[in-house]
Design a protein around this ligand. Sequence first.
Ligand code: COA
Length: 266
Amino acid sequence: MHDELEAVVVAFDEESGIATLTLDRPDSLNALNARMRTGIETGLDRLAERDADAEGVAVRAVVIEGAGGKAFCAGADINEFSGTSPGAFEPHTMRDSVGEFPAPVIAKIDGYCLGGGLELALACDFRLASESSRLGFPEVDLGILPGAGGIQYVARLADPSFATELAMTGEHITAERAADAGVVNHVHPDDEFEEEVAGFVETIAEKPPLAVRAIKDSGNVAVESDRHAGRKYDRRVFATLLETDDHAEGARAFADDDYDPEFTGR
Ligand code: COA
């Protein structure tokens, strides 16, 4: 599947179950405009439809990347600004769709990842960055703040003081510094980046998909509720996963080294 939506290209490899959403406005460093936000939502909806039509699970992982080799995304499109940070006041935003998408979503950051672009990456489950990438919240220089939860995300991943420093200074920090703070999962040398990301995504895509999805949900529950509610969720889902074909398949492969398991998401 290869869909050219507005400002976003969606590719889906049926064999691996890996989807790629490419932010495709390289001349504007993939700045997020209304068309791109709609494109991301529509792309995710199309992928969700594939899942609904499949027996078991079709989509194993989604990668979001930027076209052009210079930026993941340089933030909200400044030309569309009208005094508010886009996405800040919408009841359900494109970033919620990313966070709530059932399969894991990986931000592949190669180049500038700024403002609303960093907030998009933060809504993903994982952030992988090339060494030369630069991340930051430049909104302060426009007299505003990251309006789609950026400070909140960073405060939880790193600490509140790191988050406010990033947003108050508007500094572009290195991928290494972002990783040290816990904001980025892994940094790789530029010339190894493609290969490393592909390996990471394939590893996750090959795991039993219902367990992967349950783990994603559990991570979200951990952030959004207290530990008691989280443990209750884990216990309930654990019991459900024990009943799946994938669990039986995994157990069989554990017992028999020569058996190659095939996980279907059932
Ligand atoms: N919105 C709209 N257009 C943007 C943009 C944004 N957020 N970021 C970059 N662009 C456009 C530039 O206007 C330029 O367009 P042009 O070629 O028509 O002049 C093009 O992308 C290339 O950017 P340029 O500034 O020439 O590249 P650079 O390498 O000199 O600098 C950045 C790169 C990222 C440092 C710089 O573009 C920048 O600071 N962008 C704004 C970042 C920002 O404030 N984002 C948060 C918005 S809330």
